[in-house]
Design a protein around this ligand. Sequence first.
Ligand code: S3P
Length: 176
Amino acid sequence: MKTNIALIGFMGTGKTAVGKALSEKLNKEFVEMDALIEQKAKKPIPDIFQQDGEVTFRELEINIAKDVAQRKNLVIACGGGIVLNKINIDRLRKESIIVYLTASPEVILRRVSGGKEIRPLLDVADPTSEIRELLKFRKPFYEQAADVQIDTSKLTITSTAEQIIDKLKENESLNF
Ligand code: S3P
């Protein structure tokens, strides 16, 4: 029986907010991989990208994913690029049901523009076309990894969490 839920999907699809709500509803510990990466690197993600490069960031992400994948009873918010290295999903799948959150490019742009958080990959002249390009490339990877898929474009955080729970109840490999 799998005891973790791993949330995957593009930036701005709600992995962190929904993950927190879900962890409270299911009484599981919430962990955010980006925060663990920042702790390990002792610097914020934009600084890792800027000073050390994306390859170093992805190596850190692989190491953190390996640790987290071995733990139990978690709700895990993965970084948007977790699917870029297949080993991450292979490892996570052993203990985790993989829930794929989606949103339209317009909603993604609105959500990532709202907060104070800087997303290095979208810190470019034309973020709208960057989102479309990245989504086009990544979509098959997300889809291949997903056990369950939910479009969050028109949903609140709470209703997304509730829909996930409903879908998971149908999935016998998860132990509540
Ligand atoms: C990334 C998404 C970010 C963060 C990093 C790279 C990506 O996480 O891991 O900036 O490649 O999509 P969020 O999806 O939580 O914003």
